[in-house]
Structures are given as C-alpha cells and as structure tokens.
Design a protein around this ligand. Structure first.
Ligand SMILES: [Zn+2]
Ligand SMILES: [Zn+2]
Ligand SMILES: [Zn+2]
Length: 462
C-alpha cells in the first residue's frame, strides 16, 4: 500500500475509534500499558468462586472490553523494541542494583560496609581499530605509528586523527583484511563460559589468599555479583560487574575481617588472568585459546566521588536494556539464507555476522549455535545477570507494582474485594495478538503518550 493510502486508512480507523462509545475504556487500557509500543492482546475470563459453597461470586470477561481483548504491556527489556517497557525494566534494575549497594527493598543497610568492587573485564585486541582516546581532558591521535609500515593489504597501519565522539569510523578496523573476525566472534561466543570460569577461579584465589580450602571459604563468605554485558563499537562484548563479599548467609551477614577490598582486588586480578577457553581445532584454522584482555579494571564503589552507588546502578541499568545494537547490528535473528548485503548494518558488523554464519557450519562448534546468534555477533545468553544473594529480585519489585495496580483496580471497581482465603480465582487467558493498528497508534498519540507517538510513526500491528 502506498504511504498516502496507508495514512488515509489510519485516519479512517482513528475516526472509528474516536466515535466508539467505549473509547473511554479503550483509553484506560492504553494508559495502563504505560505507552507500550507493542501491547499484548489477551482474551479470557477471571472467575471468583466461594470456596465453601462453590458459588460464582464474580465473573470478568474480555467480551466486555473494546474489541473483546485486554491490552497489557509487552514487558520487553529491549529499548530498541519498546522504549516504554524497557524504561520500566531499567528503573526496576536500577533499584535492584542500588539496593545491593546501599540496602533497601529488604536488603539490610549494613551491606554498604561489605567489600565491594566495580570490575570491568574486557576482550583482548583483535587488531587495531579507530579509537577515541583521552588523557587529562585532551583527545589523543588515534593510532600514530612513526615507521608507517604497510600491512600485507597495502594499507598504512597508522591513523593520526583525533576522532570526535560521534565519528562513524570509531570501532572500525584500520585494515579489515588484517582484523581478526574469527577471534572476535569466538570470544563473544565463549564470553559467558569465560565469565563462569572467572567466578569459580575468584573463589579459589580468595581461598588461597586466606590460606583456606574452598569448603572452609564457603563457611566464611559468599561472593555476590551483578553483571551486565556491553558491546564495544568494535563488536566485542565486555562485562561490568559489581562484586561484593558477604557473610556465609548472604547480604544480612558480615564477611570475615580478612576479606577486605584489597584482598578482593588481588583475587579478581589473579582470577581474570588465570582463566581460558580452548576452541576445538578446526580444519584450516589456527588453534585458539581465548582469555580476557590484559586490562582488568577493579575499583571500590564509594558513597562519594566518581564511582558512587548511583553512578554504578545507573550504568548497569542502562546497559541491561541494550543488546548488540551499539555495535551497529540488528535486534532480530538472521536467517542463514538471508542476503547479508541487504542488511541495514555497518560493514564491520556485516563481516562479523558473516563470520558467525561461516563458523556456524563447523560441526565442532555446533554447541556455540553461532548461526542462531549471528545478530548478536556470536554472543548468546543473558547480557544482564545476578547471583542469587545479590539483592532483591525483579519478580519481587514487579509484585510490589502488581499489588499497586490491583489496589487501583479494586478502587475503580474492576475487581471485587474478596478475602483471598475464602475465594477461589480461576483465570483463563489466551494470546490474541499484539501491537497497535496504525489508527489506534494515532489515537494513542493524540491521548498524549510520548511512546505512542513513536509507535504511530514507526510501529505497526502484527
Ligand atoms: Zn512494551
Ligand atoms: Zn583513527
Ligand atoms: Zn591488512
């Protein structure tokens, strides 16, 4: 359909909606989704029965709703998919991370006195890329080389430009022919294993520094962490983690006196340097052992100064809503038969995606599932994870919000107020689609939700 026809169709649809006698109820549903760009449509019933007599006390059915559906937020954490729901996720993550640093949400305040570091584990170099480097507030030349040697592809591996922060070449290799695409993709693929090995090694090195066995260490402390993965522009993932030492039963218990920030820093450095992942030998490929880069940054989190609890929580929460799009790739799966030259991505990302598809054909690498995760440049799993003891959980934070919504629904008369012990609730729901039609997106925008304006310009009903 040409754009003008599509607009005319959307406007007709919007007028129908605005004339619908149930517009107010529809608008309330939309308000409840908090500006979700792609709300989920549910069809179903909720019945309340008296437990003692089996009598039906109340019945809610979506038949009473506009279009016979209830619209609920999609709850994605990806900012690229739904800004409004990702914002909810970001805010929840912020509170959760912060509670782990200063207490609150059921975590005792004494947790702020536990040794706690902000650690950054980066990938090694896979070849020189254009970078913006700063020292003492001055921007340095990118990659100045005095001898100006040329690489086998005839390129001078030197760049004396002082790049601007928004320069498109940042993260691009000085020579794509020399750049190690294989290493980059394999590093992304094994990064979660490398992290797991690092976490295990950290406990071993802590025990060794204290002269304890692992079993003795476990009786004295637990290591709690919250981590988030971030894609650098060169297309490789690195991790930021809050690593905290607690007593044996978690944040409410005090760690032993020997477990200081200093000891933790030493254990982090040793563990990061010790762990490796060996890639199976492939026909026609170099043997590879992957490890963290030599730069391991570990700094204490303090209540004042540069690295405060707010700054760290803000940082982790922000990256929890992102995928690999920072590296200029896509936020959706790529099929192996797709024509890569048509993908709207940076050339560097395209080469990384192509490398995932190439390596994915090796039987020996089957478990890395490189084809399925090509859009993530080989990285699979969760970018944002926390250990069991770190803080409260997102489920807990969400439950608090649900209680709030329920209280509101009861006051507005949508849910009856029954004593939960006496009443049996039977709910039946089925998925009935998602998204806003172009006309609905227009009306939602008129109702004044900023995310709905975005949806009206870019989103479509599916
Ligand atoms: Zn949403
Ligand atoms: Zn450069
Ligand atoms: Zn080259």
């Amino acid at each position: 359909m040409p754009a003008s026809h599509r607009n005319a169709h959307a406007i007709r649809e919007a007028i129908t909606r605005l004339n619908d006698p149930r517009l107010a109820r529809w608008a309330a549903q939309i308000r409840h989704t908090g500006g979700c760009r792609q709300p989920i449509h549910l069809r179903g019933t909720v019945e309340h029965y008296d437990r003692a007599t089996g009598r039906l006390l109340h019945r809610y059915s979506t038949n009473q709703e506009p279009d016979g559906v209830l619209r609920v937020p999609c709850k994605t954490r990806r900012a690229s998919r739904c800004p409004a729901c990702a914002e909810t996720y970001r805010a929840d993550t912020y509170h959760l991370i912060r509670a782990g640093l200063t207490g609150g949400k059921g975590v005792p305040e004494s947790v702020s006195s536990h040794p706690c570091l902000f650690v950054t584990l980066t990938a090694p170099s896979f070849g020189p890329v254009h970078t913006r480097r700063e020292r003492d507030g001055r921007i340095l030349p990118c990659h100045p080389r005095r001898n100006r040697e040329t690489c086998p592809h005839g390129r001078v591996i030197s760049c004396t430009v002082r790049h601007r922060a928004d320069d498109d070449v940042l993260g691009e290799p000085l020579c794509p022919g020399c750049y190690d695409y294989t290493g980059t993709v394999l590093f992304n693929a094994v990064a979660p294993v490398l992290w797991k090995r690092f976490a295990d090694a950290l406990r071993r090195h802590l025990a060794a520094l204290a002269g304890l066995t692992l079993a003795q260490l476990r009786e004295q402390l637990v290591v709690s962490f919250a981590k988030v993965g971030e894609f650098q522009r060169r297309g490789v993932v690195h991790f930021h983690a809050i690593i905290r030492l607690d007593g044996p039963a978690g944040p409410a218990t005090t760690p032993p006196a020997w477990a200081t920030c200093d000891v933790l820093t030493r254990a982090v450095q040793r563990a990061a340097q010790a762990v490796t992942v060996t890639i199976p030998q492939l026909a026609g490929e170099l043997a590879r052992v992957l490890r963290w880069g030599t730069q391991v940054d570990a700094r204490p989190i303090t209540l004042t100064g540069e690295l405060t609890d707010q700054a760290v929580a803000g940082y982790i929460a922000k990256y929890a809503t992102k995928a690999a799009e920072c590296a200029g790739t896509l936020d959706q799966r790529i099929s192996p038969t797709q024509d890569l030259s048509c993908l709207p991505v940076r050339d560097h990302a395209r080469r990384l995606i192509a490398e995932c598809l190439r390596l994915g054909a090796y039987e020996e690498l089957a478990e890395l599932r490189l084809v399925q995760w090509a859009h993530m440049l080989g990285f699979r799993g969760h970018l944002s994870t926390r250990s069991r003891h770190y803080s409260t959980t997102l489920t807990q934070i969400r439950a608090e919000r649900q209680d709030h919504v329920r209280a509101e629904e009861i006051t507005t008369g949508r849910l009856p107020l029954f004593d939960e012990d006496d009443v049996l609730v039977i709910a039946r729901w089925e998925y009935a689609g998602r998204g806003l039609s172009p006309g609905d997106a227009l009306v939602a925008a008129l109702l004044g939700s900023p995310a709905a304006v975005l949806a009206a310009h870019g989103g479509e009903a599916r």
